[in-house]
Design a protein around this ligand. Sequence first.
Ligand SMILES: NC(=O)c1ccc[n+]([C@@H]2O[C@H](COP(=O)([O-])OP(=O)(O)OC[C@H]3O[C@@H](n4cnc5c(N)ncnc54)[C@H](OP(=O)(O)O)[C@@H]3O)[C@@H](O)[C@H]2O)c1
Length: 185
Amino acid sequence: MKKPYRLSLIVAMTEERIIGNGEKIPWRIPEDQQLYKRITMGHPVIMGRKTYQTLPKPFIGRRNIVISRTPASIPIWEEPSGNRAAASKPRTLETASSLKEAIDKAAMRLEGQRGESFNSDEVFIVGGAQIYSLSLPLADRLYISTIHQAYEGDIIFPDFDREEWPVTETKVFEEFTLEIRDRKG
Ligand SMILES: NC(=O)c1ccc[n+]([C@@H]2O[C@H](COP(=O)([O-])OP(=O)(O)OC[C@H]3O[C@@H](n4cnc5c(N)ncnc54)[C@H](OP(=O)(O)O)[C@@H]3O)[C@@H](O)[C@H]2O)c1
């Protein structure tokens, strides 16, 4: 039976597949951040606990699902009252103790605490390296921004067979190139 959703990985990396240095992403490219926001807005985003800890807040307008072996250790997050941007673009924070649990949650419709309804046919894995490695074998689509400049780092996106992931779309920007790759067959 066909899945009712597409499982997509979205990542920015160097030619050497570097995605991070310690806790940080070694570049800041506003155009890529805007693209990332446009692509993932309204869809559930699944991330590892370490990536979540690098964010100032959960991503606005999205269900944020954080994977940890000790999910109870992740503090509950509540939208501060009076945030007008979040009123029109609601967000939630959920936790899961496995990738499967995270995907199962993301694939289900969610009624938010304030009566919002979350429903999506695309589920995004947004990192980091550990969670990309776990989810790559299950993924249907990759959105890869390859940064033109070289950077040093120690967190690496898993190696993958590019022949198994033909390019569906390419868009060249000043500082990076976006490739959308869909799994063969
Ligand atoms: N360039 C990009 O597009 C991009 C995107 C996202 C992140 N990043 C970078 O990636 C780095 C973080 O990546 P990371 O690989 O170190 O960490 P990560 O994948 O974000 O998170 C790892 C954590 O996920 C949980 N986890 C991993 N496997 C699990 C499993 N099988 N079951 C349950 N929980 C599991 C564990 O949490 P607990 O320890 O709580 O159990 C683990 O410590 C940072 O440098 C970040 O800036 C880059």
